[in-house]
Design a binder for this molecule. Structure first.
Ligand code: NAG
Ligand code: NAG
Ligand code: NAG
Ligand code: NAG
Length: 319
């Protein structure tokens, strides 16, 4: 009888150790490697990572919250009806959660990062103009591609690395819209999808579109620079140059990384304020509250110099 009791006890202890998070999702399996705790949470956070010991995105951002953030995307006037959905987002996010996307830090930090990412997605794919029902912030994920491109976005300077494919047009597509042959080519290499020959994949496959967006979010443009993800999770430590250029960690920094001079260092312009408005609104909807976003300094990039200024065009003296 004594042994039986022991056995039950051992099983209980094991069970507690193994499933820390809710029983309604995949249990967390834990192991220690050189004193470091690494975890695996099944399909959504796979592969022994310290980030997988934390909440996964679906544990704090549910289907109904996605619907609340993007309520107009399937209305008849929207431009990509039936395309974007929660499942595609979580499927794409699962690739990057073991690397820390939406899984870094405590729950507040996790939700701030997710709200920031989705604010960029929402504002870049919105068709909500001033008078639209529900207000401008209700119309994220209305588009999955640019509607009336004025050009084919083929840059001949890349004809050896990313030559434009016959017939392909590289207008904006996706959740964080991708433009130009060189961007399609580079992303295609990274994601192992032939986007240079098939830019249309980004308007045909919502999982791939979200995957491309998250990849852009977590990957620095240049060595030594933060990614937008780093700006939000505390892993960006400004250099002396950064401080002189008024660049700080926070939401403003994410706009600097993603859009540079188009949006930042231009004072209080509408383009920037629209993105910030989406962020604050999403924080409220997600229950984090806009007051958590921090002070005006970290929210905007109105005064920041771009991390990557557009090079000044040289006068062509020789031609
Ligand atoms: C979460 O982490 C952030 C950043 O490290 C910290 O400022 C904040 O106080 C933490 N929040 C809670 C509720 O622990
Ligand atoms: C869509 O993209 C995802 C992610 O890259 C990929 O796994 C999936 O096979 C694609 N679906 C189709 C129908 O091509
Ligand atoms: C600092 O900024 C200046 C001017 O923007 C630039 O020329 C220089 O390369 C930067 N230094 C570093 C280490 O990034
Ligand atoms: C790797 C990582 O970001 N782990 C975080 C998991 O969650 C705890 C507390 O919520 C954080 O302190 C860790 O930094």
């Amino acid at each position: 009888m004594g042994t039986k009791h022991m056995c039950l006890l051992v099983i209980t202890v094991l069970f507690v150790a193994v499933s820390i998070v809710d029983a309604d999702t995949s249990p967390v399996t834990v192991k220690k490697v050189k004193g470091k705790k690494l975890c695996d949470q099944g399909w959504e956070c796979k592969g022994w990572s310290e980030y997988c010991c934390n909440l996964t995105i679906s544990q704090y951002f549910d289907y109904y919250q996605f619907e609340e953030l993007f309520p107009k995307r399937n209305t008849p006037v929207a431009k990509a009806v039936g395309f974007w959905d929660y499942k595609s987002f979580i499927t794409a996010a699962a690739i990057y959660q073991p690397k820390g996307f939406g899984t870094t830090g405590n729950k507040t930090t996790q939700m701030l990062e997710l709200a920031a990412f989705l604010a960029h997605v929402g504002s870049q794919t919105s068709c909500g103009y001033g008078v639209a029902t529900g207000g401008p912030t209700a119309w994220g994920l209305c588009y999955n591609k640019e509607e009336s491109p004025q050009q084919d976005y083929c840059d001949e300077n890349y004809k050896y690395t990313y030559p434009c494919a016959p017939g392909a047009i590289y207008f904006g597509r996706g959740a964080l819209p991708v433009f130009w042959n060189y961007n399609y080519g580079y992303l295609g290499d990274c994601l192992k999808a032939d986007l240079l020959h098939h830019p249309e994949y980004l308007e045909q496959n919502a999982t791939l579109a979200f995957q491309a967006a998250i990849f852009q979010w977590i990957t620095p443009l240049k060595k030594g620079q933060p990614s937008a993800h780093d700006c939000m999770v505390g892993s960006y430590k400004p250099t002396k140059n950064d401080t002189l250029s008024l660049r700080y960690p926070g939401f403003g920094c994410t706009m600097n990384i993603l859009y540079g001079e188009r949006t930042c260092g231009q004072g209080d312009i509408d383009d920037m304020n629209t993105i910030i408005t989406h962020y604050l609104y999403y924080l409220d909807l997600m229950g984090v509250g806009r007051e958590t976003a921090g002070t005006h300094d970290v929210l905007t990039c109105a005064e920041q110099k771009a991390f990557n200024p557009t090079p000044k065009k040289k006068e062509s003296a020789s031609s």
